[in-house]
Design a protein around this ligand. Structure first.
Ligand SMILES: [Zn+2]
Ligand SMILES: [Zn+2]
Length: 317
């Protein structure tokens, strides 16, 4: 008990400079950032791809293990997860369930808790969408350094952090949610610093949704078990409420995670062919009232929604 009391006291009364590691939040050791686990045995050779439109660069591999925790191959995992997540999220607009485009918003939660994340999003007046939880933020004292490194390496700040070797000391335990969601949302109170949720922007295309999904998945936590997903749906986007007629893989060019433009191998005009997840024919699941089954004692026959097709690459192997 003494240890706990001391830890609480220290976190509320910071006596040390930021350079001294903070006492860890009791929940924190359970979680690991995407791409910070063991490296695979054969990550292939690095291949730099460049966006001809926005000039951003990403490092891909000639072969990838596709594991969420691999420091070199997590990007493959994030791209595949973002394709699926974006398809379903944008699907609600395609199906006409929402007449408006989704928005990227963020809000704080007390602990890494999907139930609380869903409930808060609904309480803020959003009708459905995608949720990703981030357990950490970059400590204010490391923000400038990592922003500079990110510019130099042409990567986002969290990838700069991964490559910096600074480790968890540069991150602050600060659970919050990124949502790509539909609905108007309750008005944000003006002139106050404590926000309930923060509106980042409206996303006007499937590519835009996929770009944000990739970005937020790039620095979430590795799912705790092989059956868990790094993201969840709520409301009108949940699998019980929204379904595609067809899902499959189609051949496409590797596209920029920021702007959706096809990328080329560094120093060439050559694109890279990849297979991507595609879903078509999104529609709302209409609940048909249960039919009384004779001899069932008045119980109603349940209509069980068909589960979404499952892909092996959805889980970490
Ligand atoms: Zn790997
Ligand atoms: Zn681009």
């Amino acid at each position: 008990m003494v240890d706990h009391d001391l830890r609480d006291f220290e976190s509320q009364n910071p006596m040390y400079l930021d350079t001294v590691p903070n006492a860890k939040h009791p929940e924190e050791p359970v979680f690991a950032m995407v791409g910070t686990g063991p490296l695979c045995e054969n990550p292939g050779l690095p291949v730099t791809m460049v966006c001809q439109k926005c000039k951003c660069e990403i490092e891909t591999r000639s072969s990838s293990c596709g594991r969420v925790e691999c420091p070199q191959c997590w990007g493959t995992w994030a791209r595949r997860a973002a394709e699926r997540a974006a398809a379903r999220t944008w699907g609600a607009f395609e199906a006409g369930v929402s007449q408006h485009h989704p928005r990227h918003i963020t809000f704080d939660i007390d602990t890494v808790d999907w139930k609380q994340a869903k409930q808060k999003a609904l309480d803020f007046g959003f009708t459905g969408g995608l949720l990703v939880i981030h357990p950490w933020r970059i400590k204010p004292s490391y923000q400038a350094e990592l922003a500079e490194l990110a510019d130099k390496l042409k990567v986002n700040r969290y990838e700069a952090w991964r490559r910096s070797g600074l480790g968890m000391d540069a991150l602050l335990w600060s659970p919050h949610v990124h949502a790509i969601c539909y609905g108007k949302g309750i008005p944000i109170k003006q002139g106050t610093h404590d926000y309930e949720y923060k509106m980042i922007r409206k996303l006007n295309s499937l590519d835009a949704v996929q770009g944000v999904a990739f970005y937020v998945l790039s620095h979430t936590f590795t799912p705790l078990t092989a059956n868990h997903r790094a993201y969840r749906y709520f409301g009108i986007c949940s699998p019980q409420k929204l379904k595609p007629d067809w899902v499959g893989q189609v051949s496409d060019l590797l596209r920029c995670p920021n702007c959706g433009f096809p990328m080329v191998f560094e120093g060439s005009n050559e694109c890279k062919e990849v297979s991507t997840y595609t879903a078509r024919g999104w529609h709302e699941v209409i609940k048909i009232p249960g039919v009384k089954v004779p001899g069932s004692g008045g119980r109603k026959k349940q209509i069980i929604p068909t589960p979404e097709p499952f892909y092996a690459w959805d889980i970490a192997v």
